[in-house]
Design a protein around this ligand. Structure first.
Ligand code: FE2
Length: 365
């Protein structure tokens, strides 16, 4: 693992979405997902071209940014992709070496190392391009004590729905266009020093109609896991193809957020109007045979539609939302790991069939 040590990453620093209306997106993530207000930047803080709201739950930090004028790269991004992830920010101890080391290995620069100051200290930011129009920003914040980043003020509204128990980003999945999976697997391996954990091909992940291929890349300490999906040929259009078509290119497909009490978290999310994919009741008739003994009551899992899978090291509980915008693009996974380090391969077939039922309703199958 020695070649992985050149880019130590402490975790996901934040995920920034470019959206059509940041005020309403922030309200949705507060109300539906229980994110707490953290920081704000906009006209009132001297920011004249954009507005950003920062929300946090556990260690998960989301930023929602919108353009204030038509001539804007943010507005252009939204026009192309709809609401979507622009920045997957990684928390590092040295944003300069993260930039120069990855650029020297072939990364395309997005932002040269830049020092940002305010009364709370100093942050160094740098960035590189990844798939599609998505970027990694390296965040060095060891000399900073402010609420988020210089330029942001504390956001303290009185409206604060409670958290739902989301703790940290477990993994983030990228969908890349036909034939590009290995290009980006090689990027994470050669440029970022990641290693490959797992791979799935179209025999693992296919139904009668649709298929995909997937490889999972992880950094040295295992804190960062990026599965990368590519569509595979099937009888009909796969969910990955559907994403690529509506996102107009490669981009982030889903963010998996971990909880240590999925029964509570999912009950809360459903009560607040978050919509999930469902599997037929028959899934639960055979699940015990497949996964063996688990601590939770199968009937409680069934009542909430939570899926179960097992690998050599334990089991996991997971559930997927429907897309959270009108384009069938970005969605979320809620996951609770009970020892398992995999991604729910045993559920893929049931999930794909569920997604196909949704695609059929959208006339995109
Ligand atoms: Fe996932």
């Amino acid at each position: 693992m020695s070649n992985q040590d050149f880019l130590p990453i402490n975790g996901t620093d934040y995920v920034e979405f470019y959206v059509g209306n940041a005020k309403q997106a922030a309200h949705y993530y507060q109300t539906a997902f229980g994110f707490q207000p953290l920081a704000y930047s906009g006209l009132e803080t001297g920011q004249t071209d954009r507005t950003s709201y920062v929300l946090q739950q556990g260690k998960i930090r989301f930023v929602f940014t919108t353009a204030l004028h038509p001539d804007s790269s943010i507005g252009e991004h939204v026009k192309q992709h709809g609401d979507g992830v622009k920045v997957v920010a990684l928390w590092v101890d040295d944003a300069r070496s993260a930039f120069y080391d990855t650029v020297n290995r072939g990364a395309k620069p997005y932002m040269n190392p830049t020092v940002h100051n305010d009364q709370y200290g100093e942050v160094v930011l740098s960035g590189i391009h990844i798939y599609g129009e998505t970027v990694h920003v390296f965040v060095e914040r060891k000399n900073y004590t402010g609420p988020f980043l210089p330029g942001f003020v504390k956001w303290e509204p009185s409206y604060r729905p409670s958290e739902v128990g989301l703790k940290y980003v477990d993994h983030m999945v990228g969908n890349v266009d036909w034939g590009l999976m290995d290009t980006w697997v090689n990027f994470y391996s050669n440029v970022m020093g990641f290693h490959q954990m797992l791979s799935f091909d179209d025999k693992d992940i296919s139904t009668e109609y649709t298929a995909l291929m997937s490889k999972v890349m992880s950094n040295g300490n295992g804190y960062i896991k990026f599965p990368i999906n590519e569509p595979a040929k099937g009888k009909k259009k796969s969910q990955i193809e559907e994403y690529i078509e509506f996102y107009h290119g490669s981009g982030v497909q889903h963010v998996a957020m971990a909880t240590d009490n999925i029964l509570h978290t999912v009950s809360e999310l459903k009560a607040r109007g978050v919509e999930f994919l469902t599997v037929p009741d028959s899934y639960y008739e055979t699940v015990s045979e497949r996964v063996g003994l688990i601590e939770e009551d199968i009937n409680e899992l069934k009542a909430r539609g939570v899926l179960i899978d097992r690998d050599d090291e334990g089991y996991l509980l997971q559930l997927f939302t429907k897309p959270v915008e009108d384009r069938p693009t970005v969605f979320y996974e809620i996951i609770q790991r009970k020892g398992a380090k995999s991604f729910g391969k045993g559920n893929f077939k049931a999930l794909f069939e569920s997604i196909e039922r949704e695609q059929e309703r959208r006339n995109t199958l």
